[in-house]
Structure formats: structure tokens, C-alpha cells
Design a protein around this ligand. Sequence first.
Ligand code: ADP
Ligand code: MG
Length: 276
Amino acid sequence: MALIEVKNVKYAYNFNEQDTIIAVNDVSFSIEEGEFVALVGHNGSGKSTLAKMLNGLIVPMSGDVLIDGMNTRDDDLLYDIRRQLGVVFQNPDNQMVATIIEDDIAFGPENLGLEPQEIEKRVDWALNAVGMQQYRKGMPFRLSGGQKQRIAIAGVLAIAPRVLVLDESTSMLDPKGRAEVLDIIKQLRAEQKLTVVLITHYMDEATEADRIIVLNKGKIAYEGGKEIFLREDELKSYGLDVPVHIHIANTLRKSGMDIKNIWTQKELEDEICRLL
Ligand code: ADP
Ligand code: MG
């Protein structure tokens, strides 16, 4: 069985009133341990609703979500589910609980009932992972939006989940900061068998993933490999842009340059270096 199983889930807001918004409509997919999946879709396509269903913050109206075989409908399993799958949401302000940064990061491990020494170790490690060690004694409200996002990521990392779900968690970072967080993710995946679900509307980031799931109007419009990034018109029909570096490669190729198919920014850089 896959680590994440989403089976025919449906979720609607205001479903007792006349204006029903079906946010997620009969969505199914599964994710194996160790995979790096990008979940992309334009605003309002249902990404965050799906993210909330993954850790049982909301339960589907119909269908099921299973994390390592545990159904999110079962309240008794929620603790174990959230230990395995951590979600970092878009707005870090809603995720800060303590007045001192290191206490905020310790909150998750404390709730797991870990020994103080182990908690200290994890806080230390998580702060290093996101490059925020020097701020540990500081107060969260003094931080910039991007720094808060790093702390929110550290807070989830400290729980040492098997799955990390990032719901637009780098939206407040500048391109350099986003690249740094992506590097952290890659490093964690190399060191551990971390499974990553990256929810993003930055198509450049999505090209780093092994598999792409496109949501459009609450439904899965595409699930598969990176070849979707070559289909400019199809992406546009989902309200998505072509990743900039793939567009550059396509344009150079059209102008007669002998450029191979590239997916990541790094691959484009290497390809240009090769040609020069
Ligand atoms: P995304 O994260 O892809 O932008 P969301 O899951 O946030 O999409 O939203 C999907 C749809 O559900 C949108 O039409 C949005 O307006 C609606 N929606 C999201 N949250 C709520 C809510 N709390 N109440 C009512 N409608 C909501
Ligand atoms: Mg969202």
C-alpha cells in the first residue's frame, strides 16, 4: 500500500446553503514513500483544501484519505497521522504558538512526549536546516514573512515526519530564499527517505519534482511526468505558466540552437555551458 492514498475525495464549502462551492471533486491519487510530488494549480483549484484533508484538519464529504493505512476519519488516529505527515501552510502567522522562536519549534516534539535532550537536539537540527540558528532566542513577531516561513518549516521538521507537505510555504520568500528552501528539501531527501508534496504555483519549483499533479477546478487535470511542462497551451488552459527556464530552452531551440530537453534550472545552466 502507498504511503498516501487519496480515494475519490470530495469536499464542498457551505454545502447546506444554496451557494455550494465544490472545492475538491472526486480526486484520487497515491504517493509512495520517498517520492517528491508537485501539486500545482491556479488559485482556487482546491490545493489547500486537499492539503487540509491530508493531515485530517478536515475530512472529505465522501471518499477517504489514508496515511500509511490510517484513515483520517478516525479521530483516534489523528495524532499518529500528524506525526507521520506534517503540513506547512501558506500563512506562517497562524502557525506560531510560542513567544520565543526555539520554544515554538520545540512545541511539536514536546507534544510527542520526547525527552528534553531529544527535543533540544531536534530544535537545534531544525534551526540549522532552515538557516535560522542565530534567531533561536528571538521573538517570532519580529521576523520577516520569509523568516517566519522558515520557522514554520523548522517546526514541522522537528516532528521528523515521513511526509512533508508544503502548501505555498515559500510564497513570502524571494527567489534566493525559495531556492534555499528547495535545497533544504533536496538535502533532506538525500539524507532520509523524506516524502515531499510541494504545493506551489511557481512552476519553476515544480520542475524539481519527480511527478506532477495538476488540479483544475477541483479535479485532477494531469498526473504524470515533467513532459507536461512542454505543453504550453495545455498548461495555459489550466491557468498555469510554462516554467521560465523551459520556455527559454524551447525558444533557443526554435532559434536553431542545439539544446537538449531540460527540466530543471540547473540542467539549462549546464546545457548552456556545454554549448559555450
Ligand atoms: P487553492 O489552495 O488551490 O487556491 P482552495 O482549496 O483554497 O484552493 O480553494 C478551493 C475553492 O474553495 C475556492 O473556490 C475557494 O474560494 C473555496 N474556499 C476555500 N476555503 C473556503 C472557505 N473556508 N469557505 C468557503 N469557500 C472556501
Ligand atoms: Mg491555497
